[in-house]
Design a protein around this ligand. Structure first.
Ligand code: SF4
Length: 352
């Protein structure tokens, strides 16, 4: 038995060509879950049958492993150790609580450390968005959600479907979307045959806001309070238990923190539940032309409000159509003075 406790454990699972996980991998995961130690597995990457470039196959090549599942343990001194038996791993390393090896050790179920995220960001920065989506789903497995809020996100759903990896979709339902947006959600559900989980505001927080300030407090007090209650905090709560989420940065953050986008980053949102999550932004390198050319080429369902001049589509009272010569700000929260540059944005869920 290795005396030292690992600082991270990666499980490599095999996915068959038909998209199903291999039975032994599923059984091993089930065993670890039943023993209550699954949260000690930091990440899951996939070895996809017939895809030599998949992350799991690559890890197998590096470590000379030809079976699945297997586990790669990393230690503080930089060494690595491979286990091909879940039971042996359980006996040697998972029966005791993991050592807290640093002051910034992440809580169970949260994302990898900032160093790993920074490495991913530099490795993925130049890849095509579809490739980034595939790699993110392979690396974070079912603990990665696609967050659906606008036209860009449907593109991400399309890429996730094409990746063949399992994924979950969350829709942030503020309760104030346009009717056309709710129609789009139904359309996407049918088009891809997927389930979309609606994320709703907490009823007590919403009731308090409405009772104290009415329906349209954002017109007087600015959008932040309402957005926090209807969007950011509900999404943060819904992402509790996930390691990563895939979304877009175009709305809100792009307006308020232009140039701040990275392909992968550690979530630093105001909602505590979200901090430490990995946020994957595959579309940061795309402009509107690239986005809409993908939508047209792949027949991706889109919100018909875009055809009526909406550049951004969020809540009905806060977004409106604009002419090509108008700035983005004219179409979103236009009654507000643009925030000062030192005012931080609300990263999680700031995109509509
Ligand atoms: S976009 Fe407007 S209505 Fe929607 S949550 Fe934000 S402030 Fe509230």
């Amino acid at each position: 038995m290795t005396a030292a406790a690992p600082v991270s454990i990666t499980m490599v699972k095999k996915r068959l060509a038909n998209g199903e996980p291999c039975e032994k991998c599923a059984q091993t995961e089930d065993m670890l879950r039943r023993r209550g130690v699954w949260e000690q597995i930091d990440e899951v990457v996939w070895a996809i049958e017939g895809d030599d470039a998949s992350s799991g196959v690559e890890l197998g090549r590096v470590h000379g492993v030809e079976v699945a599942p297997f586990f790669v343990l990393r230690f503080e001194d930089g060494s690595e150790e491979v286990y091909t038996s879940g039971m042996r791993l359980l006996r040697d390393h998972l029966s005791q609580p993991r050592a807290d090896t640093s002051a910034s050790a992440k809580p169970a179920g949260k994302a990898p450390d900032a160093g790993l995220v920074s490495n991913l960001a530099s490795q993925w920065q130049t890849l095509e968005p579809g490739e980034i989506v595939r790699l993110a789903l392979e690396r974070f497995g079912e603990r990665c959600a696609v967050v659906l809020t606008g036209a860009e996100d449907v593109v991400l759903v399309d890429m996730a479907v094409k990746s063949g990896a399992p994924f979950r979709v969350l829709f942030v339902d503020t309760g104030r979307h346009h009717a056309e947006t709710y129609a789009l959600i139904d359309d996407v559900t049918r088009h891809y045959g997927i389930e979309i989980k609606s994320v709703l505001p907490a009823s007590d927080e919403l009731r308090k806001l409405l009772e104290e300030k009415g329906q349209n407090s954002f017109l007087r007090d600015g959008h932040r309070e309402c957005c926090a209650i209807r969007r950011s905090r509900p999404l943060a709560r819904a992402l509790d238990g996930f390691d990563a989420w895939i979304g877009h940065q175009r709305v809100g953050r792009e307006l308020e923190s232009p140039g701040s986008e990275a392909v992968v980053e550690v979530e630093t949102g105001q909602a505590p539940e979200s901090r430490g999550l990995v946020r994957v932004n595959p579309l940061v390198g795309w402009d509107n032309n690239a986005l809409w050319s993908y939508v047209r080429k792949h027949g991706v369902p889109h919100n018909e409000l875009h055809d009526r001049g909406f550049r951004f589509i969020g809540c009905e009272p806060c977004t409106r159509p604009i002419r090509p010569d108008q700035s983005d700000r004219e179409g979103l929260w236009w009654w507000e003075t643009p925030p000062a540059s030192d005012e931080s944005s609300e990263p999680l869920g700031e995109g509509i």
